[in-house]
Design a protein around this ligand. Structure first.
Ligand code: BGC
Length: 271
């Protein structure tokens, strides 16, 4: 098959969690652009999810918005049931929902710790576990993909870079790294591909306050060798590739999409 044809997700169904804004929205739109039908999960913002659905409709695609808290086991089961009723068995799942609640260690409440770990790590476990069960139930569909299923986690450069004043967030992403790798090791022989994308500084709500501080953008750019803040679409396009047969031999990997943030930019001058 020619390379451009391998990028097509036509005939496949996808679920993207946390797709009412930011990176999740861009991933949902990119998957739809590649031809997939998309279940757009949201927790807080129904309007945001409906906007994502409208964007997909404007491309001539199929999408449906579904509310669920990824940290709730019963919500996650219901999310998959509703998505599959609407779109048929899922071929692609992007576990994207995530949050930050920053605080210095002395001020970090147990609530702030639990909230971030629940969404970012327990949520990834629940969404990932259900994805595997549903892929198995669906069976192979060689007419649309060489893999039984594609599961992609949205991690972060902070699965590798320690992050002061955010031990909850960094711990959740460090945990996600080994969750992804261990799960990939466990299920790859079933032709299920599990991978992560690890975004750097992408212009979304999650870091808006940080970017809009005096010199906030300058401080961020100092950490980015490529000298631009990322766009959500940078992650959307990479995720669509990871979900496609064009990346069929990519298994258990974290794809850093960060303008070089993980390259120790402070050593640029030679140290
Ligand atoms: C965080 C952003 C941050 C970026 C780079 C992401 O995982 O959510 O707030 O700008 O990492 O530090």
């Amino acid at each position: 098959m020619a390379y451009p044809d391998m990028l097509s997700l036509k005939g496949q169904s996808a679920l993207v969690t946390g797709a009412s804004s930011g990176i999740g929205r861009a991933v949902a739109v990119a998957l739809a652009e590649a031809g997939a039908d998309v279940a757009v999960n949201y927790h807080g913002s129904r309007e945001g999810a409906e906007r994502t659905v409208e964007m997909i409709h404007a491309l001539g695609g199929t999408a449906v918005a579904i509310r669920a808290d990824v940290a709730s086991e019963s919500d996650v089961k219901a999310l998959y049931d509703t998505a599959e009723q609407a779109l048929g068995p899922l071929d692609i799942v992007v576990s994207n929902a995530g949050r930050q609640k920053d605080a210095a260690i002395g001020d970090m409440s147990l609530d702030a710790w639990n909230a971030v770990l629940s969404t970012n790590l327990t949520g990834a476990f629940l969404v990932g576990r259900e994805a595997i069960l549903r892929f198995r139930r669906k069976g192979m569909r060689p007419e649309v993909s060489r893999a039984l299923g594609k599961l992609i986690f949205n991690s972060s450069v902070h699965e590798r870079i320690p992050w002061a004043f955010r031990v909850n967030y960094a711990a959740s992403k460090g945990g996600l790294k080994l969750l992804m790798e261990s799960l990939a090791q466990e299920v790859s022989e079933e032709r299920i591909r599990v991978n992560s994308v690890a975004p750097g500084a992408i212009a979304t709500e999650i870091n808006r306050a940080e970017r809009e501080k005096d010199d906030g953008e300058k401080a961020m750019l100092a950490l980015i060798p490529y000298k631009r803040i990322g766009d959500p679409e940078d992650i959307g396009r990479a995720s669509a590739w990871l979900a496609s047969d064009a990346s069929d031999y990519v298994v258990g990997q974290t794809l850093f999409i960060d303008g070089g943030m993980t390259l120790y930019p402070e050593f640029r001058g030679g140290g």
